[in-house]
Design a protein around this ligand. Structure first.
Ligand code: ADP
Ligand code: SF4
Ligand code: MG
Length: 374
């Protein structure tokens, strides 16, 4: 999809942990959401990011946008490291980097009109624009995303989910960004509406020369839009490859398992299901398995998989894979064993599980995003 070989964003050795406090007398635990993540995004391409829920996709998106501060690593935007920039310096770049969230209605202020919602980023980022100029831009953007300009004074609750997401997209586009992080932008929508929004994003990408980082737990959706795809598992990249190559011949056992998942037509059931073809749940990021994090669910796991983190190795065709057995599996068509070996570190401690449940309760925010940058 007309990607030019020019690096726009370069993420280097990114690490993000959350400290989970558990009341007095309990030692804080560390949850590793991102562990040494390195990749680049080229101008004009769409990089898809997939993985099951809890694998770190949203955290990665937020670290790119500097809505969360990474513990370590760099986020180079056109060569400039955004990590650690003060709010004022970051504001200069903010208009270049925008975001579209999963739940369109929840992400729109119910007390603001559509016109004010879409214009909001302009007030902060382009304060010199006159009222009339702002309004003209808002109307142009409403038309671009398929909203009627006469809806400008309406409130979000008057819109369907699909229309609300169009408002979210207009708000993201209004500052003429270069890159948009789309975090599960269609996961909350009915299947019929999903296709409309995906097509709209593809059209807008061409029209405005956008670069997209497209996050989804759904490989079907990601396939539809992505030039390259990154597969994340427990905060680590396990495979990254051009979309066609990844689907035609997945190399990492996790990617293979994801691809065996059968599509489910009912969106509610599809959202609730865990990935088929995979044994069990994603282990706790507080106490992940040693060595290869995937080994407790991998049908090809051997004892060596527990010893060290598998390095990301080049595997041809711009592909990288983090599995010590990918060649063997690929070349010999190795048969999968029924179940992985298990060893120390497989089963999270009850304490870790309990804390994780607390963290995953809605509304739990031990670390606020950087409100100064929002
Ligand atoms: N603010 C936070 N505080 C503590 N843990 C968090 C926070 N945000 C995310 N996490 C944890 O980090 C891990 C990755 O989460 P997330 O990036 O939301 O994954 P995904 O988007 O792939 O579902 C999860 O285990 C999640 O519970
Ligand atoms: S390193 Fe071992 S456990 Fe990990 S994916 Fe490869 S075979 Fe499976
Ligand atoms: Mg998420």
């Amino acid at each position: 999809m007309n990607a030019v070989d020019h690096t726009l964003l370069s993420v280097e050795n990114l690490r993000k942990t959350f400290s989970i406090r558990g009341g007095f007398f309990r030692k804080p635990l560390t949850l590793t959401a991102l562990d040494d993540v390195t990749f680049t995004v080229k101008t004009g391409e769409t990089l898809g990011i997939v993985g099951e829920s809890g694998c770190g996709k949203s955290t990665l998106g937020r670290c790119i946008l500097q809505l969360l501060k990474p513990d370590d690593g760099k986020v180079l935007w056109l060569g400039q490291d955004l990590v650690g920039l003060r709010a004022e310096a970051m504001r200069l770049w903010r208009q270049d980097l925008q975001v579209i969230f999963q739940d369109p209605l929840a992400s729109l202020n119910p007390r603001m009109t559509v016109g004010d919602i879409i214009a909001d980023p302009l007030r902060a980022l382009k304060p010199d624009l006159s009222r009339a100029e702002r309004r003209a831009r808002v109307i142009r953007m409403m038309e671009a995303v398929g909203l009627l300009p006469e809806m400008i004074n309406r409130y979000p609750h008057e819109f369907s989910g699909g229309q609300a997401q169009r408002i979210g997209i207009a708000r993201a586009l209004i500052t003429e960004p270069k890159l948009i992080v789309c975090d599960e932008p269609v996961s909350a929508l009915d299947v019929s509406i999903q296709a409309q929004i995906l097509n709209l994003l593809a059209d807008l990408k061409d029209e405005f020369g956008l670069t997209l980082v497209f996050i989804s737990h759904d490989l079907g959706v990601v396939r539809h839009v992505s030039d390259r795809i990154m597969v994340l598992y427990l905060g680590r990249i396990v495979e990254m490859a051009p979309g066609d190559a990844l689907y035609a011949a997945p190399k990492h056992p996790y990617t293979r398992a994801l691809l065996t998942a059968v599509p489910i037509a009912d969106p509610k059931r599809a959202r609730e299901r865990t990935i088929e073809g995979l044994v069990g749940e994603v282990p706790s990021p507080i106490n992940p398995p040693s060595g290869c994090h995937f080994r407790t669910r991998c049908p090809y796991a051997i004892d060596d998989c527990a010893k060290a983190r598998p390095p990301l190795e080049p595997a041809g065709d711009e592909r990288v894979v983090a599995c010590i057995r990918w060649r063997e599996i690929d070349e010999k068509g190795l048969a999968a064993a029924t179940r992985a070996t298990t060893g120390a570190g497989d089963v999270p401690s009850p304490e870790a599980e309990l804390r994780l449940e607390e963290v995953q309760k809605p509304g739990f925010t031990p670390e606020d995003p950087r409100p100064d940058l929002l």
